[in-house]
Design a protein around this ligand. Structure first.
Ligand code: FES
Length: 201
């Protein structure tokens, strides 16, 4: 009987030890995975907001910066470029920007921009057809690809056309408007791409 008591106690000790060792093993095994899952510094940097100086951007001009590996178009639109936009609605695939995946809520308007800064257009410069980068053609003059051209973006790859708000025309291969990224206007000379305006979702 005495031996049985010793054996039970030893068995319990071994069981407990095994459980602890097993637990340590599980934790040790998990650490490399946790490290592996953590995004690298390069990936964090790639997704970080980008501050862009727009002080030298003149009316009608476009500058290109980069965010998350994509070209970002920033245009300071002229009064003429803005004035023509409502007249194009009947020619566009999604004139009211109802495809909500293509812009943040604050940009769901005909200018696809902040209400306080309608002249500033910020777009991800990647064609929604096959991903080429469209050309900026800002003049409101006839073009070989469109005799009624009123300014916008033209993708020579397969001839998709977008207006000066990045809204896609009907009858072209691109299925959706150019995306508007989240962005915040800090001042007349600076914007931050990658964050929504304060108070916006
Ligand atoms: S990639 Fe732009 S039209 Fe095909």
């Amino acid at each position: 009987m005495a031996n049985e008591g010793v054996n039970h106690g030893r068995r319990r000790f071994l069981t407990a030890t095994t459980a602890v060792v097993g637990g340590v093993g599980a934790i040790t095994a998990a650490v490399p995975f946790l490290k592996y899952w953590e995004p690298s510094a390069k990936a964090k940097l790639a997704g970080a907001p980008v501050t862009q100086d727009i002080s030298k951007l003149e009316m009608g001009q476009m500058l290109i910066t980069e965010w998350r590996g994509s070209p970002i178009f920033i245009v300071r639109r002229t009064k003429e470029q803005l004035a023509v936009l409502p007249s194009l609605d009947a020619l566009l695939r999604d004139p009211k920007s109802e495809n909500t995946s293509q812009q943040p809520a604050f940009a769901q308007n005909e200018f696809r921009s902040h209400k306080e800064h309608p002249e500033l257009l910020v777009l991800v410069g990647v064609c929604t057809h096959l991903g080429c980068s469209p050309k900026y053609v800002g003049e409101l003059t006839p073009e070989p690809f469109d005799p009624n051209w009123k300014g916008g973006f033209f993708c020579p790859c397969h001839k998709s056309r977008y207006d000066m708000s990045g809204r896609v025309f009907q009858g072209v291969p691109a299925p959706a408007n150019l995306p508007v990224p989240p962005y915040r206007v800090v001042s007349d000379t600076q914007i931050v791409i990658g964050v929504n305006p304060e108070g916006a979702a």
